[in-house]
Design a protein around this ligand. Structure first.
Ligand SMILES: *Cc1c(COP(=O)(O)O)cnc(C)c1O
Length: 402
């Protein structure tokens, strides 16, 4: 196993090995460099970390529990399964960790207007929440298709005072919403901060977003050492852009005995246009500011993607994931829509926890591997969010009409 020094990546220009970088129009270069400089200053400022820690604790509900999933462990009859309960955070998912961090950065930079893109709506809700908390103007770009799938989150954003802009171009999902947000940022960069929602896009976003989520893995490590007196054997997380996964894994990258597995969206199966598993049918490319694995055709055109979970439905994976995949430090697998829906039902029935459909992909992987592992194996899944937003959609698949 190659030794890993997570502190050394990315380099100063945002490269994770040969991945990452800054593939943006000239007009955004200064804004991104300003953001990088401000971020580095903030991380060296104890007052910044102190304020963020206070908000994470008292407003967001950190630390989240590390919960022994007795029902699921018993059902599967193998590994001892724990769940990191990011679903219990304010607004219902891990996304608030990053939104709170970035809103404090925006305030340091004197920005008065916040924009963001959103897929499932969770990042839009987290951003609108953070903006409301600090009285900043907020505009959220969202694909028209996602607005329909996630109507509840659209209403939440509106109650929080955000303006939600429907994006109808192309596939009308996350990719198009990001394009619109970038366009807005180019135009309004002087007073506007763009809170990007995953470990994606141009440098410094993949680094900043990861760092604001590192708390997930740091807490997990402390908690499992306290509960079990040793490191876990295996961590599992779902991977859309990759923020919950990299935040969960980061504190364990230098522990070679801990296996790390990211689970992508297998959709209706690994055929072109029917999934969002970049490491299954993808190739090296550049999308929306970063060089990484993408789903594209022979001509480099971005392909259509599909997943039952809007939060995993994106053609590129965060560049840091491409790097650790090459180094064989993180392994990647996928779960299909059907497997995720079955896991959603299984966790609800056996554990009393309704997971987000995104998180259900991680649970589906746990259901696959746990039975053949020994009872001494410690397996931890990151429960990135709760399933309230997905109940209506899941009901269409899983509940029989009376
Ligand atoms: C957005 C979202 C994801 C996917 O995003 P990552 O950046 O890959 O973490 C996963 N789970 C939930 C609950 C989400 O809201």
């Amino acid at each position: 196993m190659i030794s890993i020094d997570p502190e050394s990546v990315p380099d100063s220009t945002g490269h994770f090995g040969s991945y990452g970088g800054m593939f943006v129009p000239e007009t955004l270069m200064t804004a991104l460099q300003d953001l990088d400089r401000e971020y580095r200053a903030a991380t060296a400022d104890p007052e910044f970390q102190h304020e963020l820690d206070g908000l994470l604790k008292n407003f967001c509900g950190r630390p989240t529990p590390l919960y022994f999933a007795e029902g699921l462990t018993h059902l599967l009859g193998g590994a001892k399964i724990y769940l990191k309960r990011e679903d219990l955070l304010h607004t219902g998912a891990h996304k608030i960790n990053n939104a709170m961090g970035q809103i404090l950065l925006a305030r340091r930079m004197g920005k008065t207007r916040i924009i963001a893109e959103t897929g499932a709506g969770q990042h839009g809700v987290a951003t609108a929440t953070a903006a409301a908390r600090f009285g900043l103007e907020c505009v959220i770009y969202m694909g028209a298709v996602d607005m329909e799938r996630q109507a509840l989150n659209v209403a939440r954003m509106k109650f929080l005072g955000a303006k939600v802009v429907s994006v109808t171009a192309g596939q009308a999902t996350l990719k198009e919403a990001i394009n619109e947000a970038m366009r807005d940022w180019v135009t309004n960069v002087r007073n506007t901060h763009y809170i990007l929602g995953s470990a994606l896009g141009s440098h410094p976003y993949p680094m900043i977003v990861r760092d604001f989520h590192k708390v997930i893995g740091e807490e997990t490590k402390r908690q499992i050492l306290q509960i079990e007196g040793r490191l876990p054997d295996h961590l599992v997380a779902c991977v859309g852009g990759g923020s919950n996964a990299i935040g969960f894994f980061h504190a364990f990258l230098g522990d070679p005995s801990v296996r790390l597995t990211g689970v992508e969206a297998g959709g209706r199966g690994i055929t072109r246009g029917q999934h969002a598993a970049r490491f299954q049918g993808g190739k090296l490319g550049v999308l929306q500011g970063t060089k990484t694995w993408v789903l594209a055709d022979e001509n480099g055109q971005i392909e259509l993607t599909h997943s039952v979970s809007a939060g995993l439905d994106y053609a590129a994976i965060g560049p840091e994931h491409s790097y650790y995949r090459d180094r064989e430090r993180i392994a990647y697998d996928f779960a299909t829509d059907d497997e995720a829906l079955a896991a959603f039902q299984t966790l609800a029935k056996n554990e009393g926890i309704i997971p987000a459909l995104e998180s259900a992909h991680a649970i589906a992987h746990v259901i696959k591997i746990a039975p053949s592992l020994s009872r001494e194996t410690l397996l931890i899944a990151n429960l990135s969010g709760r399933g309230d937003k997905d109940v209506q959609q899941a009901a269409e698949f899983l509940l029989q009409a009376p």
